[in-house]
Structures are given as structure tokens and as C-alpha cells.
Design a protein around this ligand. Structure first.
Ligand code: BYC
Length: 323
């Protein structure tokens, strides 16, 4: 339905129709454009959770920085973790364009009100886990984020383009670690298989609940925030990853995983949704440790923020005095 505005007096209903028409015509929504409040709130929720995931996601890998097996591995891992930090800050900035402050977002994370991806509540027990995270976790993240490059909200979509390029390097470095270990000694192969066993199912959970059980999906798809459903993206990830596991000669821990010639896709087993819900609720293996690390880092950095503010105020006063 087209809206003809003759007297510049738009009702909320007309504004909403014009907004939806714009979205349907694949035009980007920008920060200063009118948008329904629920669209704004949905984006704040998803984008801030995404930012928190990047920041909390630095912790499991950070656990291995001091124990990386060579200087080269350490330098690569350090670069990857710094990228994640950059993605988080980039996404916080993009979320601020929607009218929420960074302090509010931090408060929501630190108080446990805001979610972050379930995947980062699992421990990294061996060096092979660093490979599995790059291969599987970043692989799943790219699958989801490529779709988000076409999100209707301009700042989020543009952030995703840059982030996907870096995630692609992350995925490759992880796969290369897995390849080295899978071709190494029997013990290294075993470590690689064990890491795949522990990270496979949590990686599938990253895509969220099944479509039939995903309360946010219908509206987010209509607004073109989400361009593909949770199940479609999960299927894409499985189909792309199975041949990669075969190449490594590693076994995906799913007895029901089989190629379905009719669907031209893999069938796979049922995710343990009880475990998923438990982790999202805060009761995973590392939830408390992860949140504590973030809160401690924030509190520990207070003197730096105070000093930066004091310096900025001093500069302002000097500028006034000089004028
Ligand atoms: N974990 O209706 P649904 C990275 C929540 S980091 C926790 O399907 P939606 C990396 C969901 O929020 C990349 N919670 O929701 C970094 C909702 O709860 P609320 C992380 C989850 O939003 C370091 C409820 O369940 N990527 O790459 O339509 C190192 C119902 O779900 C999860 C992103 O953040 C989960 N897995 O769809 C390495 C992607 N799944 O808020 C790598 C951006 C669902 O209603 N986010 N929930 O209380 C999205 O694309 C979407 O938000 C989701 C969920 C597909 C995740």
C-alpha cells in the first residue's frame, strides 16, 4: 500500500506503512530516519548482544595466549583476539546510533540482563580447542553474519561487511590448526577429534532455537533484520562443514548425520535444547567466570577512564582560557 502524504501530518500508522515500504524496496534505514520503536528496540537487543558476544568471545581464546605452541601461533592468535575486540567496539558504536549509551549496554551485560552467545560459556581445555573455535565457531559466525550484511539497518549491515572479511581469516587460521593437528602424531589427532566432539553441538546452538520455537524471527524477517531463518543458516553451516571434516579425516559426533539425496542437504540429529536453555539462562560451565572477568576488567579500568576524562576536561579548560 502506498502512502500519499498531502499535508506533511503523518500519523504513526502512515509512518509505519512508509517504513515497511522502504524496507520491502530494499532501501536501507539510517539512524536519523523514522523507525518504529519496536524495530529500534529489536536492533538494540540483537546488536548489543552481538557486541557483547565479540567481547566475551575474547576470553576462551585468551586463555591460550600464554601457552600457544610457537611464536607464530601466538602472534596469529593475538591478532585474531584483537580483531574480536575491534568488532565489539565497532558494534557498540553502531548500536549507539540507536540512542542507547555504551554505559547502559555495559550495565546490561554486567548485571546479567543482556545475553551473549551461548558458545562462549564452554571451556577451552587444550590447544586444539583454539583450532576448533576458529574453524567451527567463526565458521558458524560467518554463515550468520553474511546474511546480516544485507540487514535493513545501514550501520549494522556495513559493520558486518568488514567483520566478515576478518572472520574469514579467523576461520582459516582455525582450520589450519586443525589440519596440522589432524596430520600430526596420534596424540595430536586425538586432541583434534576431542575438540571437534566438544565444540560441534554448541556450534550448532549458535544459530538459536528451531524456527518453530524462535519468538523473534517472524518480525525480524519482516523487517529484514534477519534475512534467513535460524534453521536455514544452521543447515548451510552443516552442509559446508561436513566435507571439511571429511578432508581432515575427523568424525562429526552425530550418528544421525547423513546425506539426504532428495533434499540435497544433510540430515542431522536433534540438538540438546535443555542444555542450550540452561547455558542461556546462566548455568553453563563458564557463565559465572566469563561475567566475573568482564566485570573485573571494567572495574579495573576505572582509573584509566577517570584519567582520560580528567585530561579531556583539562584540555577543554585550557582551550577556554586561551580563547
Ligand atoms: N546464545 O527468537 P530467537 C563471534 C536468544 S561472536 C544466546 O531466535 P533472534 C566470535 C535470543 O537472543 C558472533 N542466546 O532470537 C567472537 C532470544 O532471546 P531474547 C555472535 C541466544 O534474535 C569471538 C531467544 O534466544 N553472533 O563471532 O531472532 C570469537 C530466542 O531466539 C542464542 C551474533 O551475535 C544463542 N546462541 O535470533 C569467535 C549474531 N540464540 O533476546 C567468534 C547476531 C538465540 O529475546 N544475532 N538466543 O531474550 C543473531 O543473528 C540473532 O540474534 C540469533 C537469534 C540468530 C542469535
Amino acid at each position: 500500500m502506498d502512502v500519499v502524504n498531502t499535508d506533511n501530518e503523518w500519523t504513526d500508522e502512515e509512518l509505519e506503512i512508509a517504513f515497511q515500504n522502504k524496507v520491502d524496496a530494499e532501501q536501507r534505514i539510517e539512524p536519523k530516519d523514522w523507525m518504529p520503536d519496536r524495530y529500534r528496540q529489536t536492533l538494540i537487543r540483537q546488536m548489543s548482544q552481538h557486541a557483547h558476544s565479540e567481547i566475551v568471545g575474547m576470553l576462551p581464546e585468551g586463555n591460550w595466549l600464554t601457552r600457544a605452541p610457537s611464536l607464530k601461533r601466538k602472534a596469529v592468535l593475538m591478532a585474531k583476539i584483537q580483531d574480536e575486540g575491534g568488532h565489539g567496539l565497532y558494534l557498540y558504536s553502531a548500536t549507539e546510533t540507536l540512542g542507547i549509551s555504551r554505559d547502559e549496554m555495559y550495565e546490561q551485560l554486567h548485571s546479567g540482563k543482556a545475553k551473549y552467545s551461548s558458545i562462549f560459556n564452554y571451556p577451552t581445555l587444550t590447544w586444539a580447542d583454539v583450532g576448533a573455535i576458529g574453524w567451527l565457531v567463526d565458521g558458524a559466525a560467518i554463515t550468520n553474519q553474511i546474511a546480516l550484511c544485507r540487514c535493513s539497518y545501514g550501520p549494522y549491515a556495513r559493520a558486518m561487511v568488514k567483520i566478515c572479511k576478518e572472520e574469514s581469516f579467523h576461520q582459516r587460521q582455525g582450520y589450519e590448526i586443525m589440519m596440522t593437528m589432524a596430520q600430526g602424531t596420534a596424540e595430536q589427532r586425538e586432541m583434534a577429534q576431542d575438540a571437534l566432539n566438544r565444540w560441534w553441538w554448541p556450534s550448532l546452538m549458535m544459530f538459536g532455537p528451531n524456527d518453530t520455537n524462535s519468538p523473534q524471527s517472524a518480525q525480524s524477517m519482516k523487517w529484514k533484520i534477519k534475512r534467513q531463518s535460524n534453521d536455514e543458516l544452521r543447515q548451510k553451516f552443516v552442509d559446508a562443514t561436513v566435507p571439511q571434516a571429511k578432508f581432515l579425516n575427523l568424525r562429526i559426533p552425530d550418528d544421525d548425520l547423513v546425506w539426504n539425496e532428495e533434499r540435497k542437504a544433510h540430515d542431522f540429529g536433534e540438538i540438546d535444547w535443555v542444555e542450550f536453555k540452561n547455558v542461556v539462562k546462566g548455568n553453563g560451565l563458564c557463565n559465572r567466570e566469563r561475567l566475573k572477568a568482564r566485570v573485573d576488567a571494567h572495574d579495573g579500568g576505572k582509573w584509566v577512564r577517570d584519567a582520560a576524562l580528567a585530561y579531556a576536561n583539562k584540555q577543554k579548560l585550557r582551550a577556554v582560557d586561551a580563547a
